[in-house]
Ligand binder design. Structure first.
Ligand code: GLU
Length: 329
């Protein structure tokens, strides 16, 4: 009897620590309401990016409005790391760029030898701009990075994957530069201290790492020509041109055109349908919380909610929500 009790206790604990195993509202058959917690680890990115502050806002929406849910925000390497965290069942929700998701679903790029089957689409958020920033006004194009020390993004970031793709677009590779795998905060410090010449920062605009740098130095962003962006679409189908006005960053010296790709929220297939449905209901009911956390929160709308999500299977909770809103049949 004692043994049975211990086994039941251990099983109960395992269930409670496994997110999506059950939530108070879903209740698997006969489960008493509200007695169980849904633990959510939300994978974001660098603290100097946009995923992280918006992640804090999503987490407070979840914790304040979804009964039984307990969400914590993790700072991570970025999109590639986040998809792997979901794949390995270490995170339940994650911010990712649509290009990394496309690669994961199609076993391309960083996921070439991986079979990622449990990542589900939940919500498209805002466009993320590829910003190649420098304090050297002679760096105007990707070609000008030849021979330079370049921060290509943290290990596990979507930024780093994008850096490789962009060099390939110009017939270049890491052999033409000295690459440094720095996250946004370290890249910003490296540019200030002149230990690097340029940095890839792929994030929502404005990005705090660039604002911080721009408060002390004149900065330039590399401009992309329309025909190059067209070529890039063959490898990264969701990219579109985006102009960045020089007023966005106080010390940017001219307007630029760059590449933007949607940022998404994805989740583990094992999250309960009710949790994901409630997550979307509460997100749109509390959109002000996201808008106050970062200006890109204003881009989160029903009209754009499915952009960049067509390659990845939608979570059933998202399907239910978007059907109800008339966005899906
Ligand atoms: N898109 C970036 C990446 O995965 C992260 C952006 C951010 O942290 O806001 O590398």
């Amino acid at each position: 009897m004692k043994k049975i009790l211990i086994v039941m206790l251990v099983l109960g604990l395992m269930c409670a620590t496994f997110a999506g195993c059950s939530s108070g509202e879903t209740g698997s058959e006969g489960t008493p309401e509200t007695s169980e917690k849904t633990y959510i680890s939300l994978a974001t990115g660098s603290v100097s990016g946009v995923y992280y502050p918006l992640g804090g806002a999503f987490s407070s929406i979840i914790n304040n409005n979804i009964e039984g849910a307990n969400c914590s925000v993790e700072s991570t390497g970025g999109s590639v790391a986040n998809i792997l965290l979901i794949h390995e069942k270490e995170s339940e929700l994650a911010f990712v760029d649509a290009s990394s998701t496309y690669n994961a679903v199609n076993s391309k790029g960083a996921f070439i030898d991986k079979n990622i089957e449990n990542v589900r689409g939940i919500l498209s958020l805002y466009p993320e701009a590829v910003q190649i920033v420098s304090t050297n006004s002679d760096i105007k194009s990707v070609m000008d990075l030849k021979g330079k020390k370049v921060a290509v993004g943290a290990v596990g970031s979507g930024t780093e994957t994008m850096a490789k793709i962009i060099f390939e677009l110009y017939g270049m590779s890491y052999d033409d530069i000295t690459e440094d795998y720095l996250g946004f905060s370290d890249a910003s410090t490296g540019l200030k201290d002149k230990t690097i010449d340029a940095a890839f920062i792929w994030a929502g605009v404005p990005t705090s790492g660039i604002m911080d740098l721009g408060s002390q130095h004149d900065i330039t962003l590399i401009n992309f020509e329309a025909q190059d962006i067209e070529k890039l679409k063959k490898v990264s189908p969701y990219c579109v041109p985006m102009s960045i006005d020089k007023d966005i960053y106080s010390s940017l010296t001219s307007d630029v055109t760059t590449i933007a790709i949607p940022a998404l929220i994805v989740g583990d297939a094992d999250l309960s349908e009710d949790f994901v449905y409630n997550f979307l209901v509460e997100t749109f009911e509390n959109i002000g919380v996201l808008q106050s956390a970062h200006v890109r929160g204003n881009d989160i709308t029903l009209e754009t909610a499915l952009e960049g999500l067509d390659e990845i299977p939608l979570h059933p909770g998202a399907e239910r929500f978007f059907k109800e809103k008339g966005l899906l049949k």
